[in-house]
Design a protein around this ligand. Structure first.
Ligand SMILES: O=C(COP(=O)(O)O)[C@H](O)[C@H](O)COP(=O)(O)O
Length: 332
């Protein structure tokens, strides 16, 4: 079986996610779906459904192992894989994967559009918005609110150590939105000026806690102190089914060289560096989560999970845990 080679384009996508050429939870999910589709289309092994399923399972395992925190990745993979049925022959199995991958990508893009429209409605005239990191849903929402004439200024944090905030700043600027780049440490300094914090999410837990780029919880803390509303804009596939059964969201730790240059570390060998990529903002610090199925208080996250990810809950009830799962063994 290991003879059936995985197409280079698929490995390239996996590497793109791992090295963050492809980043942001939504894009990661769509890229994973695209990779499964390419894997199905370019499969060149025997026309045997169980060999094909095992091969797709192997691709799924490679994709899921690339980055641990954004649940959009396993949710996208599970969405595509759950289209397979035991009775499917080779052709049916292959077209099920292709069809489900296309559906995931299309539904994901529609969700982003819908959230931007609903999120923009929540913004009042003459607003100043602060955003953190680069969330494509947040950029779309802010841009839509700006087109409706409601946004006078956006503060965009630089988001050390990877500087995703610069992507946000340039995208907003290209969309005509007046934007001010600030260092992360200036968030509390400007907060009294701000009307709304609008941020994306990598994962939302069943209790409404939001896992997003490191520093988000500090932004939310400063917003709470200044009584500024915090809106999270996130598609329903960013809700994590495993948190319903008490599993924690794994936080990614990245290389120290993102924080300080390797040369500097060599000169100061005693220095230890901690580089957590995400943090957890408790539900009390969030005013609303805007999803494509409606605007909810964070405490209602469980309802979105039940409505949108019921299929994943079924699998979890059967004892399947995404953190330990090996699709290659499962899909025989
Ligand atoms: O934290 C990040 C990106 O982290 P990283 O750069 O480490 O992937 C984004 O806020 C969310 O993923 C949402 O993004 P989107 O709204 O585009 O899905």
């Amino acid at each position: 079986m290991s003879d059936v080679s995985i197409p280079p384009k698929v490995l390239e996508i996996a590497d793109g996610i791992k090295t963050m050429r492809i980043r942001g939870a939504g894009k990661i999910g769509r890229a994973a779906a695209e990779a499964l589709k390419i894997a199905a289309e370019e499969y060149n092994g025997p026309r045997d459904s169980s060999l094909f399923k095992k091969y797709i399972g192997r691709v799924a395992d490679i994709l899921i192992s690339t980055r641990p925190t954004a649940v959009s990745l396993p949710n996208a993979v599970m969405f595509v894989l759950s289209s397979l049925r035991d009775q499917y022959g080779f052709d049916e199995a292959r077209s099920a994967i292709v069809g489900a991958a296309n559906r995931f990508i299309e539904e994901s893009l529609n969700a982003v559009k819908k959230i931007s429209e609903m999120g923009a409605k929540r913004i009042k005239e003459n607003s100043i918005i602060l955003t953190h990191c680069h969330s494509s849903v947040a950029v779309n929402t802010i841009t839509e609110a700006y087109r409706q004439g409601k946004v006078v200024k956006v503060y965009s944090t630089e988001t050390r150590p990877f500087y995703q905030g610069r992507i946000t700043t340039t995208q907003l600027l290209n969309n005509g939105v007046p934007v001010v780049q600030i260092p992360d440490s200036a968030v509390r300094y400007v907060m009294n000026d701000v009307d709304y914090v609008v941020i994306g999410a990598d994962t939302i837990a069943s209790n409404g806690a939001v896992i997003n780029k490191i520093g988000t919880s500090q932004v939310a803390l400063a917003a709470k102190e200044a009584r500024v509303r915090v809106y999270v804009v996130a598609e329903s596939y960013k809700f994590s089914p495993i948190t319903l059964v008490g599993e924690l969201v794994p936080i990614e730790f990245r290389d120290p060289s993102e924080v300080v240059p390797e040369e500097w570390l060599k000169q100061h060998p005693g220095v230890k560096v901690l580089n957590p990529s995400f943090d957890v903002t408790p539900p009390e610090y969030i005013d609303a989560i805007v999803t494509e199925v409606g605007v909810i208080p964070p405490q209602s996250a469980i309802l979105v999970l039940m409505e949108r990810l019921g299929w994943a809950l079924e699998k979890i009830k059967q004892g399947l845990s995404i953190s330990t799962i090996r699709f290659e063994d499962l899909l025989e």
